[in-house]
Design a protein around this ligand. Structure first.
Ligand code: BG6
Length: 519
């Protein structure tokens, strides 16, 4: 039986969780506990949740791994990495949290390891009061997903949802497949063991406060929605720019992904869905995800020629960022000298639906760009007639009305509009209204993983990707990948590291009379 979705009153945009939404006792099993994600994000997020009083006292974190470790070895290891940024109360909180960290030795291909895990979890139900509730977090390479899920099923570690009975949920980290076919195969094998309501596919962008705020901005106000459509919007730009390259040995992974799989298929498709979706009937998980999936269904169906016309891929050449010389993509460790994989992608697309027909959406993402910045810019149409004199003294061409949602950094939003320059002439100048999270709200937003882990414990899947979202995004992305794989596909363009991307990307938007924002 499927777990019911969260009721409308469990509004995911609410600041503080009411007491009644405190998570139930549970054990969280971490596969990949010695990996980078667990060290940098997951265990710190669990620790912070515990420190903030957001985890139940009856909880346990079971780290499953190959090593020959005791619980104390595990605790020492994490104490070392967490104490670096532990905060003033670390020494006080750590010993309590550490009591809840447990090691389970085992390998993914060994049924006995999972039988032992089951026994360990039953022991924890007795010693830590975890009440049979389980979360399995698969922070592992995707080739292990199916194997682990089969083992969980085989050992009787996941069970169907029943009213007032213990529950089990599985969290999966991207990538969910590497193209449409493999994504469908993964959905099928997941469905053999789990009900969709038990699967939590993480896209950490959805855990970002500013990403959730896109919905609040659009549907918690009445002034934006009437103009959020083709009649008033000239174009939409979504940028996810990063300074980082392939540091930390990421080259080999990137060769299998490129920006199209690493950033566009997931994070950028999520941003696009939230910006372009219709209002949901309420904020329940399915209502929100139903509307998001409709946007992905409205993505264009492209021939290879359409792909070559509307998508630019590029690799960075050696350059410098903030005064530091950096190598080109092809010189990065783990990258083939003749690689065609691209750490930069720009896309021009239109959504085939009533609200957006004819409005170009420009998406770009890349590594080794001049700065880290994620934003969404809505460009409104110009007034139908020009009554005022243009600002002849300004060097910049006027951008007209533009609404920019800054996802990171300097989280906030700004609206540019024209104001009359004081004086006897009728000249206008662009001015800006600005909202900043940092000044409007006292408390810094929680880390994305804290929010998402808490939602898994609460059984709220709103901010997780449903299988039909994944597949519809892959359908579009796979048409691009297929075109790039053809023998006559144009090779990737090039840009100097530290610049804003290739010239071909400028030409892509120029055709619509637009230009990329200089952030
Ligand atoms: C990850 C990608 O999902 O997101 C990385 O694999 C990327 O390549 C990262 O750097 C960006 O996340 P954020 O939160 O820093 O914008």
């Amino acid at each position: 039986m499927a777990e019911p979705t969260i009721a409308p009153e469990s509004n995911p945009l609410r600041e503080a969780l009411p007491r009644s939404r405190a998570p139930e006792p549970c054990a969280l099993v971490l596969f990949g506990a010695t990996g980078d994600l667990a060290h940098r994000k997951l265990v710190p997020a669990l620790f912070n949740l515990y420190r903030g009083g957001n985890l139940p006292a009856e909880c346990a974190v079971v780290c499953f791994g190959r090593r020959d470790w005791t619980d104390d070895d595990l605790r020492r290891e994490y104490e070392k990495s967490l104490s670096k940024d532990g905060g003033p109360d670390f020494a006080q909180v750590w010993p309590e949290f550490a009591q809840r960290l447990v090691f389970a030795a085992g390998t993914f291909d060994d049924a006995e390891s999972f039988a032992n895990l089951k026994k360990k979890l039953e022991d924890l139900d007795r010693t830590h009061g975890t009440k049979g509730n389980r979360i399995f977090y698969l922070a592992v390479a995707p080739e292990f997903f199916e194997q682990i899920m089969e083992q969980l099923g085989g050992a009787g570690l996941v069970y169907d949802w029943q009213q007032d009975a213990p529950w089990s949920r599985v969290v999966i980290e991207k990538p969910f497949g590497h193209d449409l076919e493999s994504a469908r195969a993964l959905s099928r094998s997941t469905a053999r063991v789990l009900d969709e309501s038990q699967v939590y596919r993480i896209d950490h962008y959805l855990g970002k406060e500013t990403v959730q705020n896109i919905l609040a901005f659009r549907f918690g106000n009445s002034i934006f929605e009437p103009i959020w459509n083709r009649r008033h919007v000239a174009s939409v730009q979504i940028t996810v720019a990063e300074e980082v390259g392939m540091a930390g040995g990421r080259g080999a992974y990137y060769e299998t992904a490129g920006a199209i799989r690493d950033m566009v298929q997931n994070h950028m498709m999520q941003l696009l869905s939230l910006v372009a979706m219709e209002p949901p009937v309420d904020l329940s998980a399915d209502a929100v995800r139903n509307e998001k999936v409709k946007v992905l269904q409205a993505l264009p169906r492209w021939s290879p020629e359409d792909v070559y016309k509307n998508v630019v891929r590029a690799q960075y050449a050696a350059g410098s960022i903030e005064g530091e010389d950096v190598p080109g993509y092809l010189q990065e460790k783990g990258v083939a000298a003749d690689s065609r994989t691209s750490p930069y992608v720009a896309i021009r697309l239109q959504l085939n639906n009533w609200r957006w027909a004819g409005v170009p959406f420009f998406l770009r993402t890349g590594k080794r760009l001049p700065k880290r910045a994620t934003e969404i810019a809505i460009q409104f149409r110009r007034p139908p007639t020009e009554l005022f004199d243009a600002d002849a003294e300004s060097e910049d061409e006027s951008a007209g009305n533009q609404l920019v949602l800054r996802i990171q950094p300097n989280e906030g939003a700004s609206l540019t509009f024209a104001a009359k320059i004081p004086g006897s002439r009728r000249r206008l100048q662009e001015v800006r209204m600005d909202f900043r999270y940092g000044t409007a709200f006292a408390a810094p937003p929680p880390e994305a993983y804290e929010r998402l882990l808490l939602d898994v414990m609460l059984g709220d899947p709103t901010l997780f990707t449903r299988t039909d979202e994944v597949e519809n995004a892959w359908r579009f992305i796979t048409s691009i990948l297929d075109a790039w794989n053809l023998p006559d596909a144009p090779p990737p363009d090039s840009y100097v590291a530290g610049s804003w991307g290739p010239e071909a990307a400028d030409r892509l938007v120029k055709a619509d009379g637009a230009s990329w924002r200089r952030l």
